[in-house]
Write a protein that binds this ligand. Structure first.
Ligand SMILES: [Zn+2]
Length: 380
């Protein structure tokens, strides 16, 4: 047995692809020309991720408008928005550098995904020679599509949540059905739920417990064997090299987070100031039996928001340290976040998206190497 290692999912879209997205939004090119650029970016992402030695790869989410909006729209600007949605929903997050990201707003029922993650995965799988993972969005994020206080005429919040859970379940089952070996659920709104930012009302409504309950409504539809390969990703955000909730203490999230009956957790940790504090919380609150599955904690050893490349030795040392707090048979390694959860991201601290891609592959290479070194040192 060795320490497992897995990416979160996304990579920066190449400059050429970001330009093609802008040209498509402006009406200057056809959808077929955009998909040509997406295909090229997926192929390049898979080939280069395989070259890092990573035992499990992704297509870098090169076709997705974002980790949260891929089921709803073709581009971040809202091209091809799904039925019963308008562009002007609530802020999902306001980041520390002042920029924000906004969700669409539900205007009526029924709620249906326009695109499932598997629709993209099916196109990427033939490009890969190694097993692939797929990230999907959490029901708790898409719950924010429903107006915070108002009821929609003829489509109650309960009806919406029933439909939402069905669509999220389908999203996960289709990804496994297409051939994903692992499916991780992006849950960046978990930590943000304790932010209490007056500029962003939902973050002051103590929604964490209902998020956990809603996500378990979906996760509990899967068998223990399936849930061993269903993960949860937590982070304080990662967009334009900025975060939205790093100031929220993990102690406010983790006791609740590990109540979700998922088999593994991809956790931002490399950029935490006090890592021992978090390792300790993970050791205390993660469960060796979550209704039939042990919870494996993949700790973040790479910071995708900082261009400095972590060394394999740093990765090894972080994992060896974490093993003082987390049982080593339930320890894994990952990156703190996807390298670009949103399609349009110039990666300002990296100089350009293309430079950020080069750096991302160096970082992944060192994560893989450092994880192997830690396995050896821990006698696994
Ligand atoms: Zn993240």
């Amino acid at each position: 047995m060795t320490i497992p290692t897995e990416p979160v999912g996304s990579l920066p879209r190449p400059t050429k692809l970001q330009e093609a997205i802008a040209a498509y939004d402006a009406g200057d090119i056809e959808f077929a020309q955009l998909t040509e650029q997406q295909d090229a970016a997926c192929r390049d992402s898979i080939e280069r991720m395989e070259a890092t030695g990573s035992p499990i790869v992704s297509d870098g989410e090169q076709r997705a408008s974002s980790f949260a909006t891929y089921p709803l729209a073709d581009t971040l600007a809202g091209a091809g928005l799904a039925d019963n949605l308008a562009g002007d929903g609530q802020y999902f997050a306001i980041f520390d550098d002042g920029h924000h990201r906004q969700l669409p707003r539900l205007t009526g029922g029924p709620f249906r995904y326009k695109t499932f993650a598997a629709d993209y995965l099916e196109k990427s799988l033939p490009m890969a020679t190694k097993p692939m993972k797929q990230a999907v969005i959490a029901p708790s994020m898409l719950a924010l599509l429903y107006p915070l206080d108002d009821e929609i005429d003829g489509y109650s919040r309960e009806q919406f949540l029933d439909d939402l859970c069905d669509e999220c379940e389908k999203d996960i089952r289709k990804a496994f059905g297409a051939g994903a070996v692992r499916v991780s659920i992006d849950f960046t709104e978990g930590r943000l739920a304790n932010k209490n930012d007056p500029r962003n009302p939902w973050t002051g409504r103590h929604m964490l417990d209902q998020f956990i309950e809603l996500n378990n409504r979906v996760i509990d539809r899967f068998s223990p064997e399936e849930r061993a390969n269903i993960g949860i990703h937590t982070c304080p955000g990662g967009d334009c090299d900025s975060v939205h909730s790093a100031d929220v203490d993990y102690a406010e999230l983790l006791p609740s987070m590990f109540k979700m009956n998922a088999g593994y957790f991809l956790m931002q940790l490399a950029s935490e100031a006090d890592k021992d504090h978090v390792y300790q919380l993970v050791g205390e609150h993660s469960r060796d039996d979550a209704n039939g599955v042990p919870q494996v904690a993949f700790v973040g050893v790479i910071n995708p928001l900082n261009p400095r490349v972590e060394t394999p030795e740093e990765v090894r040392d972080a994992l060896v340290r974490a093993s003082n707090f987390i049982p080593k048979e339930r320890l894994g390694s990952t990156d703190d976040c996807g390298f670009s959860p949103f399609s349009i991201d110039v990666k300002p601290k990296h100089g350009s998206p293309d430079a950020a891609r080069d750096i991302a592959f160096e970082k992944i290479t060192n994560r893989v190497q450092g994880t192997a070194m830690a396995s050896e040192e821990l006698g696994l």
